[in-house]
Design a protein around this ligand. Structure first.
Ligand code: BES
Ligand code: ZN
Length: 591
C-alpha cells in the first residue's frame, strides 16, 4: 500500500495496531475520560511508533514492565499532537494511561438541562472523520483496522452503550461497569460511546432502539420497520456480518442526520416525524454496514467510496421498499441539489471531483457531492453492464474487500478486472478525476414524473400562477423538498406565508422542510420570521439543516449583522463540530 493519509501522522511502515483493550472511567464532574489502553500490534515493532492524538494528557506509557520513552513532537491545529513512542525492542504490546481533555473534539458533554428528560447528564462521541484521536492515541486513518474490548465505568443510574457487543453489566457501589467487545476489525472513526439515561426497546430479532425514556415510544414506533430493511439490504449487499443493528436517538445537538457506528447507528431526533417518513436516512446508515463499515475508504480523499456507494445502495433499497416512483423522485431531487452545490463552490473546483484533493481537515470538504455524484457514477456503471451483472459485481466487491480499506485506485483496478466493458462505455476518468458533471447528454440523467409535476408548479409560479392548496395536498415529502429548493432565491414576503400555509409546514413539523423554507424567508427579507429562525437555530443541531440558513443570513443584507449575536446566543446548544463550521462561515464573511 503506497499511500499516505494526509489527515493523519500515521506511518504505515512502522506497523499497524491490531487490537486495543480499553478501561474507561467516565467523569461528568471534570468532563473527562480516564483511560488505560493496552495495544496489540499486528507484528512486533522496532524503534518508534507515531500515533495521532488531540489534547490528550498522557500519564504513563509502558511496555513489558518497562517505561516507554515518549514525546509529543509535532503539533497542528487540525491534525493535533503527534505522540512519538520510542524505544520499542520487538514488542507487540504496550499500555498507555491518559486522560481526555474537556475540549476533546469527539466528545460532547451535555448538562441535564440539555437532554429530553432534564435530570441526568449525557455524553456522546462522534469520531468521523478525524476525532477518535481526541479520545485515545491511535492510527487515526481509515486504512488501519483493529478489534477492541472495553470496560466502561459510569455513575450509577446511567447506561453506557457502544458501537460494539455488550457482554456484561456489573453493579458496583455508586458505579456501574459495562463490558463490550468488538470482534470485527473497525477503522478508528467507527469507535463510538454514549452514556446517558437510556431506555432500550426491542424492535425485531436483530433490531432495537435506545433513547431517553421520554421519547422511546415515539422512536420505537417510527423505526418499527428496521428488520425488513436489513432483509432487503442483505439481498443487495450480502449477509449482514455485524450481529445486531440498533439505533440510538441522540439529543438535538447531534450534528449529523445519522452516523453509521457499527451495530449502533447514531441518529438525530429530527428523524422522528411521527409518520415513518424519514426512512431513507435509516436506509442510508444501514447500507453503510456494508459500504463504509465492511469495505472502507482508505483515506478521506476516497470518501465517495463510502458515501457514493452508500447513496447508490440507499437508492436501490428505496426502490424496493418505497417503489420506483419515489426512488426516481429522490434521484431527480438529488441532481438538482448536486448542480446547485457545484455552482456554489464552482463547477471547476477540485472539490467537485470524486477523488478529493489531499487535505488535513477531512471535515472541511464534507459536501453532498461525493454522495450524489458517486451514486450517479455507479448508476452509469450499472447501465453499462445491466443490472444483473452489476448486482453480481456488488456481491463480489463486498466479498473480496470485506473488513478491508481501499483507495479509489484499488477500486478502479477491481472494476477493470471484473467489468472491463464499463471502461468502454463510461468515461470513468472524467467521473472520478475531473470536476463538475459530464455533459447532460452524456449520462442517464434521472427522469421523474413526480419531480416534473413540481417543476411544472415552479414554472407556473415564475409566470405568476401560484399552486393551490388542493394541488399540493397529496405531495410526497420529497416533492415538498423539491418545491422549496426550486423556488427563486428571493420571493415576495407574502408568498412565503402563502407557501407555508398551503404546504402545511407547521402541521408536518419537518425540520428538513423548515431548513429550506427559512433560507428562502431570509433571502426574501421576511424579517418577521426572525424569532422563529432563532428558535430553529437554537433547537436543531443537524448541520445539514442549519448551515444553509446561516449561509443565507450571512449573504443577505438585512440579516447579516444579526447573525454573529444570534450565533453567540445559540452557541451553547451546539456541538463543537457545528460551532467550528459556523465559525468558519462567519469568519470567511468577515463577521
Ligand atoms: N457518515 C455520514 C456522516 C458524516 C460524514 C460524519 C462525514 C462525519 C463526516 C453519514 O452516513 C451521513 O451521510 N449522514 C447524512 C445523512 C445522509 C442521509 C445524507 C447527514 O448527516 O446528513
Ligand atoms: Zn453516509
Amino acid at each position: 500500500m503506497e499511500f499516505k493519509d494526509p489527515a493523519s501522522y500515521t506511518d504505515l511502515s512502522q506497523g499497524k495496531i491490531k487490537h486495543i483493550g480499553f478501561r474507561i472511567s467516565v467523569d461528568f464532574s471534570t468532563r473527562t475520560l480516564q483511560i488505560e489502553a493496552t495495544y496489540q500490534m499486528k507484528e512486533p515493532i522496532q524503534g518508534s511508533l507515531f500515533l495521532d492524538s488531540f489534547k490528550l494528557e498522557l500519564l504513563k506509557a509502558h511496555v513489558n514492565g518497562r517505561e516507554l520513552a515518549w514525546e509529543f513532537d509535532a503539533r497542528d491545529d487540525i491534525l493535533g499532537d503527534r505522540l512519538h513512542l520510542k524505544g520499542f525492542e520487538d514488542d507487540s504490546t504496550f499500555t498507555l494511561t491518559f486522560r481526555t481533555s474537556p475540549e476533546a473534539r469527539a466528545l460532547q458533554w451535555l448538562n441535564a438541562s440539555q437532554t429530553a428528560g432534564g435530570n441526568y447528564p449525557f455524553l456522546f462521541s462522534q469520531c468521523q472523520a478525524i476525532h477518535a484521536r481526541s479520545i485515545f492515541p491511535c492510527q487515526d486513518t481509515p486504512s488501519v483496522r483493529f478489534t477492541y474490548s472495553a470496560e466502561v465505568e459510569v455513575p450509577q443510574g446511567l447506561v453506557a452503550a457502544m458501537a460494539a457487543e455488550q457482554v456484561g453489566v456489573e453493579e458496583g457501589t455508586g458505579q456501574t461497569l459495562f463490558r463490550f467487545r468488538m470482534p470485527q476489525p473497525i477503522p478508528s472513526y467507527l469507535f463510538a460511546l454514549v452514556v446517558g439515561n437510556l431506555d432500550f426497546r426491542e424492535l425485531g430479532p436483530r433490531t432495537g432502539v435506545y433513547a431517553e425514556p421520554q421519547i422511546i415510544d415515539a422512536a420505537a414506533w417510527e423505526f418499527a420497520e428496521n428488520e425488513t430493511k436489513i432483509i432487503e439490504a442483505e439481498k443487495l449487499l450480502g449477509p449482514y456480518l455485524w450481529g445486531r443493528y440498533d439505533l440510538l436517538i441522540l439529543p438535538p445537538s447531534f450534528p449529523y442526520g445519522g452516523m453509521e457506528n457499527p451495530r449502533l447507528t447514531f441518529l438525530t431526533p429530527t428523524a422522528i416525524l411521527g409518520t415513518r417518513g424519514q426512512t431513507s436516512l435509516i436506509t442510508h446508515e444501514l447500507a453503510h454496514a456494508w459500504t463504509g463499515n465492511l469495505v472502507t475508504n482508505a483515506t478521506w480523499q476516497d470518501f465517495w467510496l463510502n458515501e457514493g456507494w452508500t447513496t447508490y445502495a440507499e437508492q436501490r433499497i428505496t426502490e424496493v421498499l418505497e417503489g420506483k416512483e419515489v426512488a426516481d423522485l429522490r434521484s431527480a431531487f438529488a441532481e438538482k441539489q448536486l448542480i446547485e452545490i457545484m455552482q456554489q463552490i464552482g463547477m471547476d473546483s477540485p472539490y467537485t471531483c470524486l477523488k478529493l484533493p489531499a487535505e488535513r481537515d477531512a471535515d472541511s470538504f464534507t459536501t453532498i457531492i461525493p454522495y450524489f455524484k458517486g451514486a450517479f457514477f455507479l448508476q452509469e456503471c450499472e447501465y453499462a453492464v445491466g443490472r444483473e451483472r452489476f448486482d453480481a459485481f456488488i456481491q463480489a466487491y463486498m466479498a473480496s474487500f470485506q473488513f478491508q480499506s481501499l483507495t479509489t485506485e484499488a477500486f478502479l483496478d477491481f472494476l477493470k478486472s471484473e467489468l472491463p466493458e464499463v471502461f468502454e462505455k463510461v468515461n470513468v476518468h472524467k467521473w472520478i478525476y475531473e470536476p463538475g458533471l459530464p455533459a447532460a447528454d452524456a449520462w442517464h440523467r434521472p427522469q421523474s414524473h413526480l419531480y416534473d409535476e413540481v417543476q411544472q408548479a415552479l414554472d407556473n409560479y415564475e409566470q405568476g400562477i401560484k399552486p393551490t392548496q388542493e394541488q399540493v395536498q397529496g405531495w410526497h415529502r420529497v416533492q415538498i423538498f423539491s418545491f422549496l429548493q426550486g423556488l427563486p432565491h428571493k420571493i415576495p414576503v407574502e408568498d412565503c406565508s402563502y407557501f407555508e400555509q398551503i404546504l402545511e409546514l407547521d402541521k408536518r413539523n419537518d425540520a428538513g422542510h423548515y431548513s429550506f423554507f427559512y433560507a428562502t424567508c431570509v433571502a426574501s427579507g421576511y424579517q418577521a420570521a426572525l424569532p422563529r429562525i432563532e428558535q430553529f437555530l437554537g433547537t436543531v443541531g443537524r448541520m445539514l439543516y442549519i448551515l444553509p440558513i446561516v449561509r443565507a443570513m450571512i449573504e443577505t443584507e438585512w440579516s447579516r449583522d444579526f447573525m454573529r449575536p444570534l450565533f453567540e446566543r445559540v452557541r451553547d446548544r451546539h456541538h463543537q463540530i457545528t460551532i467550528h463550521a459556523m465559525e468558519r462561515l462567519l469568519r470567511n464573511a468577515g463577521l
